[in-house]
Ligand binder design. Structure first.
Ligand SMILES: Nc1ncnc2c1ncn2[C@@H]1O[C@H](COP(=O)(O)OP(=O)(O)OP(=O)(O)O)[C@@H](O)[C@H]1O
Ligand SMILES: [Mg+2]
Length: 270
């Protein structure tokens, strides 16, 4: 836990600790997906989680997002210990995510999918909408404006009316990012946002991640296999292997860590 800010060699300002995982252990029956892992996420940083297949990376994001409750350990958020929470409650605290396997409404348009990212912000309930139409309408206009801004930001204007099911994979990933961003999260969790993308799509996605971090101040935790991307984007990297943490530090520190080289960097992976 750190209360200081610091400036990186690239001139990026990284804030104090916003989230802290303390001695997290997660089991599925006899399988230990995560064993006694601790690490923190600082405000404004891009924090990567890397490691071989089955290392427990997605499980860790699922613990952060409230999808799994660990058998042991504590999650601290904004200086307070978090009680066990449901995913919607975690979302309510400003933590949004995308999935390793895209989870969008295929039959709905891009615009409508992105609008679902704002459900949490839509305060007027059905009763209020009936008796106080003005409030609901104002809210709808405001939500639309925010969503249109994100659609512009992610350069998906041309496909706003297209059903998601018709889009190529790379664009679906971008729509999923747009939906997560529509919730205006403080922390955004991205599970392999560039998996299956070609070089150009990866470059676009990298730029969007950096821009949203810069422009909206969004803290980002991301899982990624492409080491070039990880080294370029991230401020700090956690390395997992077989459910354990084997490295944690700046990209340079991690790149030169012998345990990390042996377990991950020195071997072929996708
Ligand atoms: N719901 C589940 N039920 C049982 N076992 C699970 C479950 N989810 C994950 N596991 C197991 O936990 C371990 C870690 O899986 P996880 O998906 O977190 O790995 P990962 O690092 O994200 O891998 P990949 O790079 O392939 O996505 C694996 O052994 C996996 O089979
Ligand atoms: Mg995974």
């Amino acid at each position: 836990m750190s209360n200081d800010s610091y400036v990186t060699d690239d001139g990026r300002t990284i804030g104090p600790t916003v989230m802290e995982m303390k001695n997290i252990t997660l089991r599925f029956g006899g399988v230990k997906a995560i064993t006694d892992i601790s690490f923190d996420i600082r405000e404004g940083e891009i924090r990567a989680i890397i490691g071989p297949n089955g290392a427990g990376k997605s499980s860790m994001l699922n613990v952060i997002s409230g999808f799994y409750v660990p058998q042991e350990g504590e999650v601290w958020y904004k200086g307070a210990k978090r009680p066990p929470m449901k995913p919607y409650q975690v979302a309510g605290q400003g933590i949004a995510r995308t999935f390793q396997n895209i989870a969008l409404f295929e039959g709905m348009t891009v615009l409508d999918n992105v609008m679902t990212g704002r459900l949490r912000q839509m305060k007027a309930n059905i009763f209020e909408q009936a008796i106080w139409k003005g409030k609901a309408e104002r809210e709808e206009v405001e939500n639309r404006e925010k969503v249109e801004r994100i659609i512009d930001f992610l350069e998906i204007q041309a496909i706003r009316k297209t059903p998601v099911g018709r889009l190529p994979y790379g664009l679906k990933k971008r729509v999923e990012l747009a939906r997560a961003l529509a919730a205006e999260p403080s922390i955004l969790l991205l599970d392999e946002p560039m998996a299956g993308m070609n070089v150009e799509e990866k470059e676009d996605m990298s730029r969007f991640i950096l821009d949203m971090n810069d422009e909206f101040g969004t803290t980002i935790a991301l899982i990624e296999h492409d080491m070039g991307v990880v080294m370029d984007l991230s401020d700090r990297v956690v390395v997992m292997d077989y459910g354990k943490k084997i490295g944690d530090g700046t990209p340079d520190e991690v790149r030169n860590n012998q345990d990390v080289i042996d377990a991950y960097l020195g071997v072929a992976h996708d």
